[in-house]
Design a protein around this ligand. Structure first.
Ligand code: ARG
Length: 246
């Protein structure tokens, strides 16, 4: 009889341990657009990049299992805003327009829009862009900048397609986030170059559903810790992203 009770207790304890484990690993769902190297891109079919490493580190701190979905950039933004996903991590610029519809974490990276041109182009700065046709990624702050300044714009689903429009002679320049401009231009084997001039000042943050203040606070806390202990600096270094730890 004693043996049976002992066995029953052992089984119950084991069940508790397992139940405890599965309760802890509640999913943390993330939307991204893996067309944005080195923040998120596909490598042998796997979604990798600085944002992915940051999201993994946050999920670990929250004790939740990260689940990443790769979709169009505008869909990732909408998906976070509507709460279809817990968050969107996609080199997203936290600007006032977007803050009307969604929550944002604290900033984790500083960026700007940059210009890519053909290596032998006569365009050497924003002053030379007048009257030119410029490509960009749809739904981005780069696109918004071009529309606001009344350029002739060709928008593409991905930055890579925007660059192909340049190398195939369909547009005169590409406008896209600076680090991504460098990464995409580096893939062109010297056919293109990135101009030094920064067109905007932007800050990346994680987007969440408007009013999801609990998760936003949890993510802010995690980001604060990852910044303080040097994890963020290490991740940016791994992806050769310039970073001022300040
Ligand atoms: N920073 C820009 C924006 O927020 C571009 C982001 C594009 N991100 C991406 N994963 N494709 O609009």
């Amino acid at each position: 009889m004693k043996k049976i009770i002992a066995l029953a207790l052992a089984v119950m304890m084991a069940v508790c341990v397992f139940a405890g484990c599965s309760a802890k690993s509640e999913k943390l769902t993330m939307a991204t657009n893996a067309e944005f190297p080195p923040f998120e891109y596909l490598e042998n079919g796997e979604i990798v990049g600085a944002d992915v490493d940051i999201a993994k580190a946050i999920a670990e701190k929250l004790g939740r299992e990260l689940e990443i979905t790769n979709i169009d950039f505008d869909a990732a933004l909408t998906g976070a805003a509507t709460g279809k996903y817990d968050m969107a991590v996609a080199g997203i610029t936290a600007n006032d327009e977007r803050k009307k519809n969604m929550n944002f974490s604290v900033d984790y990276y500083t960026a700007s829009q940059a210009i890519i041109v053909l290596a032998d182009s006569a365009i050497s700065g924003v002053a030379d862009l007048e009257g030119k046709t410029i490509s960009c990624q749809e739904g981005t702050t780069g696109e918004q900048y071009l529309l606001d300044n009344e350029y002739t714009v060709q928008s593409f689903k991905t930055g890579a397609e925007a660059v192909t429009a340049l190398t195939s002679g369909k547009v005169d320049a590409v406008v896209i986030d600076d680090a991504v401009a460098r990464a995409l231009s580096a893939e062109q084997n010297g056919k293109t170059k990135v101009l030094d001039e920064a067109l905007t000042q932007e800050a990346y943050a994680i987007a969440l559903k408007k009013g999801d203040d609990k998760l936003t606070a949890e993510i802010d806390k995690a980001l604060g810790e990852l910044k303080a202990d040097g994890t963020l600096a290490k991740i940016f270094e791994k992806f050769e992203l310039p970073y001022d730890a300040e």
